[in-house]
Design a protein around this ligand. Sequence first.
Ligand SMILES: NC(=O)c1ccc[n+]([C@@H]2O[C@H](COP(=O)([O-])OP(=O)(O)OC[C@H]3O[C@@H](n4cnc5c(N)ncnc54)[C@H](OP(=O)(O)O)[C@@H]3O)[C@@H](O)[C@H]2O)c1
Length: 226
Amino acid sequence: MNRPYTFINVAMTADGKIDTAERKGAAISSKQDKERVDQLRAGADAILVGGKTLLEELPKLTVRSEALREGRIQQGRSPNPIKVGVVTVADIPIDSDFVKVGNARVVIFTTSRTSKTQVERLRTHGVEIFTEDAARVDLVKMMATLKQVGVERLVVEGGGTINFELMRLGLVDELMVYIAPLVFGGINAPTLADGLGVPRDMAIELKLMDVEKWEDGGVVLKYKIR
Ligand SMILES: NC(=O)c1ccc[n+]([C@@H]2O[C@H](COP(=O)([O-])OP(=O)(O)OC[C@H]3O[C@@H](n4cnc5c(N)ncnc54)[C@H](OP(=O)(O)O)[C@@H]3O)[C@@H](O)[C@H]2O)c1
């Protein structure tokens, strides 16, 4: 397989929203779910987010638990997975948590719409950048590059647009969903998979592998993508 084994992980409400319509990165995960995600991150070589999530939230994307980071070091790995962003214009502040926190490798896939000055600025601060002379990043090529730089296990952490695009292109192996006992509503609130959608006969088919019912009222669903 010319790409990493890829998981999408999502925290959503019972009505399928992954944020409120305000799109400010609303908290959805419970304490137990944050621990589950931390384990998932600790087992990964890289964590990827889409451009909107990256630029609007500048997430740290690190392993929170010191014990899990220590466990990685003992296996001869870096304490944190590689942070990966896919963004048309990479206007990422160099002093942001995304770039600075956790002493992790940072890899950005972007287009020639990112200025040369910005590319140089990011490179000077240790960010690895792959630039394409196209309107959008080619996600198939991006996955092959990730494999080449040593990523065997990739966790995708949203948002809805990148989740959908990767699934549509057949680039995802597993989908994990924490469903919180909440409803956000809102026609403009992002969902697990946004983008343009597919007609019924092209629906992405899943195989349910596991269901967990938690004390906090949440449910975790684990699917394989067929
Ligand atoms: N609850 C959760 O689990 C969770 C996790 C993450 C995010 N979120 C939420 O999700 C929302 C953001 O989701 P979103 O759907 O707006 O954005 P997104 O999926 O985070 O990012 C989409 C962006 O990725 C960039 N991109 C570059 N090349 C692409 C390509 N070939 N195909 C597709 N996208 C490409 C584009 O950036 P350009 O716009 O630069 O072209 C596109 O707009 C936020 O509200 C955030 O809080 C929730």
